[in-house]
Ligand binder design. Structure first.
Ligand SMILES: [Zn+2]
Length: 282
């Protein structure tokens, strides 16, 4: 989705501005000479003004993702035989809650991540300072080295947050909208390029239930500390989920994830698996 890509860029830009506005070229915080040597004082974590700015930025991002997400639902609905039904449900959703609670959850999670940037950089730099001291480097050399390192660390941390969180917010909203509409099944979709990790490539085009997220690595026999989740919900993941409103929307037979394994099923086999009354047009 092109829209999501430009949102990722916009989020990264906003993050850079937030931190640049605090301190000029460097990340917020300052060097302090303590009893253990030099350490980085990441004071903005406790600064109420910084906290408020972080939350406002995070909430703005959540709203933009929701708007983009609505656009893609409308586009998908137009192609569906259940278009009218879906449009009506989306309209009701706007009237009812406007997704407010979910937006607040996404914004709070992101505000926390943003606030944690100075602390995380601080931890990393303090560790580095200790190593350099043990190597016998003088304070001035250490500061110079860490000053070089700090912007790089900050940038990569911001990149990780913007990439991961835009996709994750999109999938969270997809799941919520699918629930609101009674759509229980979705297809994992990768960006189908070289950068897709093998565990996610394995799930490309696989049909799954919104209540039963897979653990992608274990499905290809890899160990992982990442938990279960859907496309878009993992660090640096660019995958997404396409909710299924009609069985005509996919080619049969298809690969199905269920009970911790992927199997191939025909349309008839899949229909037999659906519990009675499941809201899908069979
Ligand atoms: Zn992925």
């Amino acid at each position: 989705m092109l829209g999501m890509q430009s949102l990722t860029t916009a989020y990264l830009k906003a993050l850079r501005k937030l931190f640049a506005g605090k301190t000029g070229a460097e990340i917020a915080g300052e060097w302090v000479k303590g009893p253990g040597g030099l350490f980085w004082n990441a004071e903005p974590e406790n600064d109420p003004k910084f906290q408020e700015m972080a939350y406002r930025l995070a909430y703005r991002m959540a709203k933009l993702v929701a708007a983009e997400n609505m656009k893609s639902w409308r586009q998908a609905a137009m192609k569906s035989t259940r278009a009218r039904e879906i449009f009506v449900a989306l309209q009701q959703e706007i009237r009812r809650t406007g997704l407010q609670p979910e937006l607040q959850v996404i914004a709070a999670r992101n505000a926390k991540l943003i606030r944690s940037i100075p602390q995380e950089i601080a931890r990393h730099l303090t560790q580095k300072a200790v190593t350099l001291q043990q190597e016998g480097k003088r304070d001035l050399e250490i500061v110079a080295e860490l000053k070089r390192l700090a912007p790089r660390l900050t940038k990569s941390k911001m990149r990780l947050i913007s990439r991961t969180e835009i996709a994750r917010a999109g999938t969270d909203l997809d799941k919520l909208r699918a629930e609101n509409l009674g759509l229980e099944w979705a297809v994992w979709s990768t960006s189908e390029d070289q950068r897709v990790r093998p565990s996610h490539r394995n799930l490309d085009g696989v049909l799954m239930n919104w209540n039963d997220p897979p653990q992608p690595e274990s499905l290809i026999g890899e160990k992982s500390t990442l938990g279960r989740g859907f496309g878009g919900q993992f660090p640096n993941c660019r995958c997404s989920m396409l909710s299924l409103a009609d069985l005509d929307e996919i080619k049969w037979p298809t690969r199905l994830y269920r009970n911790g394994a992927i199997t191939r099923v025909t349309r008839a086999q899949f229909v037999r698996l659906l519990p009675a009354g499941q809201l899908i047009a069979a």
